[in-house]
Design a protein. Structure first.
Length: 61
């Protein structure tokens, strides 16, 4: 895999992970229990949709 592609994948995954961490922090702030399933779903879906949106930008360049 090209170095550029790996950098893009790492950036997108890191963004999804940070989003899920923020969502988990808000749940903990509201005194809700930490839910692994919700955390994984937030990470996967946000990463997927972020990748779809950013794909057009990287394909053009």
């Amino acid at each position: 895999m090209k170095e550029k592609n790996l950098k893009i994948l790492k950036t997108i995954f890191l963004g999804g992970l940070l989003y899920a961490l923020l969502q988990a922090a808000f749940d903990l702030y509201d005194l809700k229990e930490f839910n692994w399933v919700k955390f994984l779903i937030n990470t996967i879906f946000f990463t997927f949709f972020m990748g779809l949106m950013l794909r057009k930008n990287f394909v053009k360049n």
